[in-house]
Design a protein around this ligand. Structure first.
Ligand SMILES: Cc1cc2nc3c(=O)[nH]c(=O)nc-3n(C[C@H](O)[C@H](O)[C@H](O)COP(=O)(O)OP(=O)(O)OC[C@H]3O[C@@H](n4cnc5c(N)ncnc54)[C@H](O)[C@@H]3O)c2cc1C
Length: 496
C-alpha cells in the first residue's frame, strides 16, 4: 500500500490547522474541498490487500497495537450484527480516542480509497455495520466520555461511544434523564446515525428531536460542527437533521449535544388487556388524538404473550395488551380504556416494573425459544388510525404463509414490528418472511406510511427506500457525492 500511496500526490493539510501530521487535513472548513468529486464514484479501492501496510499506516495515526487490531475474534465481532444478514469481516478494526484521530483515519482512507464503516455498539438490525466491501471498521468504543452535563440548560455534550444507559447514569445525578430508549443499550452516536427512537417517542420524540448539535468528521478528514446549544435556531440549512439517520454514510459523529429532561416526580404504569387488536389500537389512537399525556404506549399481541408465558412460566392474558406509562395520574387513561377486559395500574416502582414485565421480556422470550435461529424484524410505521388494520392483516398473512412470528408495536407512533426467528438452514423460510415484509411495506406506503419507522435502511431495505423515495434518490446521491466523493463511508448502505 505504501508504494501505491507514494505514487499519489497527497492532499495538503489545511492551512488553518497548522498540522504537522503525515496524512490528515484535520479541522478545516465545512465540507473541505469545495469542488465535489464525480457523482458516486464507484469505490475503486487502491489497496486490494491491505495487510501489513494498512496496519502500519494506521499505526502511524493510532500508535498503539491495541487500537489497530486484525485478530480474528475482533474482526468477527465487527463483521456481523444481530440480524440474519450475512457476516463479512473488515480488514482491520481501529479504536480512535479523539476527533483528530478519527479525522486522520478518514483522511488516510479517502486518499487510499479504503472503505470505512463506523461502529457504535453494533446493535442495529439491517446489516448497517457489516463492512460489505471490507476495509476499516472504525469503532467509537474508546470515545465514550460525558463531556458536560448542563442542568441549567437541560442538555449534555457526549462522545459518540457513550451508551444511553451510561448517559442516564450521569444525567440522573442531576435529576435529569435522556428519553430515547431503543431496546438495546446502544451508543449515542449509533442512535443518532440511525435516528433511533423507542418506547418514549410518543411523548419525547426520537433522536432527530433530541439532538441539538453535532461534531462530525467528514470523509476528507475535515471536521464540522452543526447546530448550537440554543433551544432553537433558524440559521440556514439544518445539517444536524441531515446527518441524523445518515447511517455512517456522510460522516463520523465525534460529539453530540443532546436534550435532557427532568425525571417526572410520579409515573403510573398501566397494563390493559383487550379482546381484539382492533380494540387495543382504537384506544391507542384515541389517547394520541385527544392529547392525553402518555409517555409510553406499547402493544403486544396475543400470540406473542403466549410465547412470553411459555418462556417465563407466567399467566398474562394471551390477548392484545396495551402497556402504558403516564406522568402524574392515570385517570384519563382509565376512562379511555373502558373496553379493556382487564385494567391494572400502579405507581410504585417495583410493581410498575412487574406490570410491564411481559413487554420487557418479549425479545428474551423469542431468543430463548429459538436457539440457533436468526432474528429478522419488519419496521413499518403507519398513521396511527391505520395501525389496527395493519396488524390484523400482518397476523393473517403470517398464518397464511405458515410462518411463526411475534408482533409488538410502538402503538402511540403507529410503528410495529413483526419479529421472525428464522432457521438459517431453511432458505424458503427467509424468502417467505421477505415476501411478507414486502407486502407489509406496500400496504404501509399505500396508507401514507414508511418502510422504516426507526431501524433504518442499512443493506436490508435498499429496495424499499427506492420504492418509497425513488424520486429523491438522485438528490440523496448528490448529497453523498458532495460529502464523500470517493464513496468510502459505509458503502452499499442506504442506497447504491
Ligand atoms: C433488542 C433490540 C431492540 C431494539 N429496539 C429498537 C427500538 O426500539 N428502536 C430503535 O430505533 N432501534 C432499536 N434497535 C436497533 C438498534 O438498537 C438501533 O438501531 C441503535 O440506534 C443502533 O445503535 P448502535 O450504537 O448499536 O449503532 P451501530 O449498530 O453500531 O451502528 C448503526 C449505524 O450507525 C453508524 N454509526 C455508528 N456510530 C456512528 C458514528 N459515531 N458516526 C456515524 N455513524 C455511526 C454505523 O455505521 C451504522 O450504519 C433494537 C436492537 C435490538 C438488538
Amino acid at each position: 500500500m505504501r508504494e501505491q500511496a507514494g505514487n499519489r500526490k497527497r492532499r495538503p493539510c489545511h492551512p488553518a490547522q497548522r498540522c504537522r501530521c503525515r496524512f490528515a487535513r484535520a479541522v478545516g472548513p465545512p465540507f473541505g474541498d469545495p469542488t465535489p468529486g464525480p457523482v458516486l464514484a464507484p469505490l475503486a479501492r487502491r489497496v486490494t490487500s491491505p495487510g501489513v501496510d494498512l496496519r502500519s499506516a494506521l499505526l502511524a495515526i493510532l500508535p498503539d497495537e491495541r487500537r489497530v487490531v486484525d485478530g480474528e475474534s475482533v474482526l468477527d465481532q465487527h463483521g456481523r450484527d444481530l440480524s440474519h444478514h450475512e457476516p463479512r469481516r473488515p480488514d482491520v478494526v481501529v479504536f480512535p480516542e479523539s476527533t483528530i484521530e478519527v479525522a486522520r483515519v478518514l483522511a488516510l482512507a479517502s486518499a487510499e480509497r479504503i472503505p470505512v464503516v463506523p461502529f457504535g455498539a453494533g446493535t442495529s438490525l439491517e446489516g448497517h455495520v457489516i463492512p460489505i466491501a471490507g476495509g476499516i471498521s472504525l469503532s467509537l468504543a474508546r470515545m465514550a466520555r460525558v463531556v458536560a452535563v448542563r442542568p441549567d440548560e437541560l442538555n449534555a455534550t457526549v462522545q459518540p461511544g457513550l451508551t444511553r444507559l451510561a448517559l442516564n447514569t450521569a444525567a440522573g445525578d442531576h435529576g435529569l434523564f435522556f428519553p430515547v430508549d431503543p431496546g438495546a443499550d446502544a451508543s449515542l452516536g449509533g442512535m443518532a446515525a440511525t435516528n433511533a427512537s423507542g418506547t418514549t417517542t410518543v411523548r419525547y420524540g426520537g433522536m432527530r428531536r433530541n439532538v441539538l448539535a453535532l461534531e462530525v468528521a467528514l470523509a476528507d478528514g475535515s471536521v464540522v460542527r452543526t447546530g448550537t446549544r440554543a433551544a432553537k435556531s433558524s440559521a440556514g440549512y439544518d445539517l444536524t437533521s441531515l446527518l441524523i439517520g445518515s447511517e455512517g454514510t456522510l460522516g463520523v459523529i465525534t460529539e453530540l449535544t443532546v436534550r435532557l429532561y427532568g425525571i417526572p416526580e410520579s409515573i403510573v404504569a398501566v397494563r390493559a388487556a383487550f379482546a381484539t387488536v382492533e380494540d387495543a389500537c382504537e384506544v391507542a389512537a384515541t389517547l394520541v388524538a385527544t392529547g392525553v399525556a402518555v409517555s409510553r404506549l406499547e402493544l403486544v399481541d396475543g400470540p406473542t404473550l403466549r410465547a412470553v408465558n411459555a418462556y417465563k412460566g407466567t399467566a398474562f392474558p394471551e390477548t392484545a395488551t396495551l402497556f402504558i406509562e403516564v406522568e402524574q395520574t392515570d385517570d384519563d387513561v382509565r376512562e379511555m380504556c373502558g373496553t379493556a377486559l382487564t385494567y391494572e395500574s400502579d405507581s410504585d416502582p417495583t410493581r410498575r416494573a412487574r406490570l410491564w414485565e411481559a413487554r420487557h421480556h418479549v425479545l428474551h422470550a423469542l431468543l430463548a425459544s429459538a436457539p440457533g435461529r436468526l432474528h429478522k424484524s419488519t419496521d413499518v410505521c403507519v398513521p396511527v388510525p391505520a395501525l389496527a388494520e395493519a396488524i390484523q392483516r400482518a397476523r393473517a398473512a403470517i398464518e397464511m404463509r405458515g410462518l411463526e412470528a411475534s408482533i409488538v408495536a410502538h402503538a402511540g407512533d403507529g410503528n410495529y414490528h413483526v419479529l421472525f426467528m428464522l432457521d438459517p438452514a431453511d432458505p424458503s423460510e427467509r424468502e417467505r418472511a421477505e415476501a411478507l415484509n414486502a407486502e407489509i411495506v406496500e400496504w404501509a406506503l399505500a396508507r401514507g406510511g414508511t418502510c422504516t419507522g426507526e431501524h433504518g435502511i442499512g443493506m436490508g431495505k435498499l429496495g424499499y427506500l427506492e420504492r418509497e423515495h425513488g424520486d429523491l434518490l438522485p438528490l440523496m446521491r448528490g448529497i453523498k457525492a458532495l460529502l464523500d466523493p470517493a464513496g468510502i463511508l459505509n458503502p452499499g448502505k442506504v442506497f447504491v
